[in-house]
Ligand binder design. Structure first.
Ligand SMILES: [Zn+2]
Length: 416
């Protein structure tokens, strides 16, 4: 703190609260909230507090078990609906410290786990000190230090309220900020926190015992979203994860180029050497293209209703784009779900207009779309009503194509 500055006034009276207190002590979340309105928003969320979803209660699990029972290596006699142990363990990963490993094959779309944060609070990284008073001469570094000091003071209060088991788990997490002025509790928060939700207009972050152990990948095999009702983060596989493979997440925006990712990963002490970071010219171009994916439904409606346009006009580029996203390992992106949706609409038109040839292609993409959409937070990318309305619009336009002979595009088989 600058010597001539008044002490940073605690303009915001923080609220320290333990939520939701509905189960085992270790399931409690210590929360630092910036306002009474934030607390109200937290606890008045519909159906709050729900128990954390467990693997054996997740609707995806029967499918998971069915797929496991076909796999000789993993068939250990568990029946459908049986309680299954967690499909992961925390273990040493070569050159990365601890990480999360799959203990059995996890199919695309499967629910992996849910976890409540040990601690939830305003995001330290984004604190800009607007609530604190500084002299005009205070340098950026002095301001930063003052913010960290204030953050540590608040975090220490919340930490003291934590269950001892949780305190131990918290302090065992990696701290990449040991020499930049962060206090120890702040350092762990800055290294391990996930953005979880917005309350009263402010972004909150959570530190997790197991989820915070997941290492970064520029091509992660999971996606997660925060479930406000259970106050827990849900983790899903976005592609098949083989038994023994590392389960990965992402710490930065994945559609930005390598240089920007490297800058964003630096505070975590990560120098990523993945394929996308090594051979980055091609990958950067692919990711830029993926970042520009927009709503193609109007174009699909126009094409469906114009029999003069070739059958494969949109299908070919759409399937090619899916391949690009898969090659980049970005099945967890919103763009992938959106392009799958476009593929499903296009194939539905062709199935109506050209018959059964398209069914197999359609069913595979539709299943994948439904599976991956189920991994994302509810309503993200569109509601059921919106999908229904769009499908009806596309199919109505497709009637014109159904009465016409195929134009160009050739056989469905050639479009795979
Ligand atoms: Zn990378």
């Amino acid at each position: 703190m600058p010597v001539d500055a008044p002490p940073p006034a605690a303009l915001v009276a923080n609220i320290f609260t333990t939520q939701p207190q509905d189960g085992a002590l270790s399931e409690n979340v210590e929360c630092i909230l910036h306002s009474a309105a934030a607390k109200q928003e937290l606890i008045e969320y519909p159906n709050f507090p729900q128990p954390t979803p467990r693997s054996h209660t997740n609707p995806l699990i029967p499918a998971l078990l069915a797929s496991l029972s076909d796999d000789k290596d993993n068939n250990n006699g568990e029946g459908q609906g049986a309680e299954v142990s967690a499909p992961y363990r925390i273990a040493e990963v070569p050159s990365k410290g601890l990480g999360m490993l799959a203990t059995r094959a996890i199919p695309q779309g499967a629910f992996i786990m849910s976890e409540r944060p040990l601690l939830l609070g305003p995001q330290v990284q984004h604190l800009d000190g607007h609530n604190m008073q500084f002299t005009a001469t205070a340098t950026a570094r002095q301001r930063q230090r003052a913010i960290f000091t204030e953050a540590e003071k608040n975090l220490r209060i919340a930490f003291a309220r934590m269950d001892p088991t949780n305190q131990k788990a918290y302090m065992a997490l990696h701290n990449a900020h040991q020499s930049d002025g962060s206090g120890p509790i702040t350092g762990v928060m800055r290294t391990n926190a996930y953005e979880v939700c917005r309350l009263d207009g402010q972004t909150y972050a959570g530190v997790f015992k197991d989820l915070s152990r997941i290492n970064h990948s520029c091509s992660p095999n999971t996606t997660s979203h925060f479930d406000r009702a259970s106050l827990s983060m849900l983790l899903f596989a976005v592609r098949d994860i083989p038994s023994g493979a590392e389960i990965t997440s992402h710490y930065c925006g994945l559609l930005q180029p390598r240089a920007a990712r490297a800058r964003a990963l630096k505070p975590y002490g990560i120098r990523c050497a993945c394929a996308a970071c090594t051979d980055h010219a091609a990958s950067d171009a692919n990711r830029l293209r993926i970042s520009r994916v927009t709503d193609a439904v109007p174009a699909i409606v126009r094409w469906a209703g114009s029999p003069a346009l070739p059958d494969d006009l949109l299908l070919r580029p759409t399937l090619a784009l899916l391949q690009v996203i898969e090659a980049e390992g970005l099945e967890g992106s919103q763009a992938y779900v959106r392009v799958l949706y476009h593929a499903v609409l296009i194939l539905q038109v062709l199935a109506v207009a050209r018959g059964a040839d398209m069914d197999r292609l359609l069913l595979a993409r539709a299943a994948k779309w439904a599976t991956l959409r189920g991994c994302r937070s509810e309503g993200e990318g569109g509601s059921e009503a919106q999908f229904r309305e769009e499908r009806e619009r596309v199919m109505a336009a497709a009637l014109a194509r159904a009465g016409s002979a195929p134009e160009g595009g050739g056989e469905g088989r050639a479009m795979e």
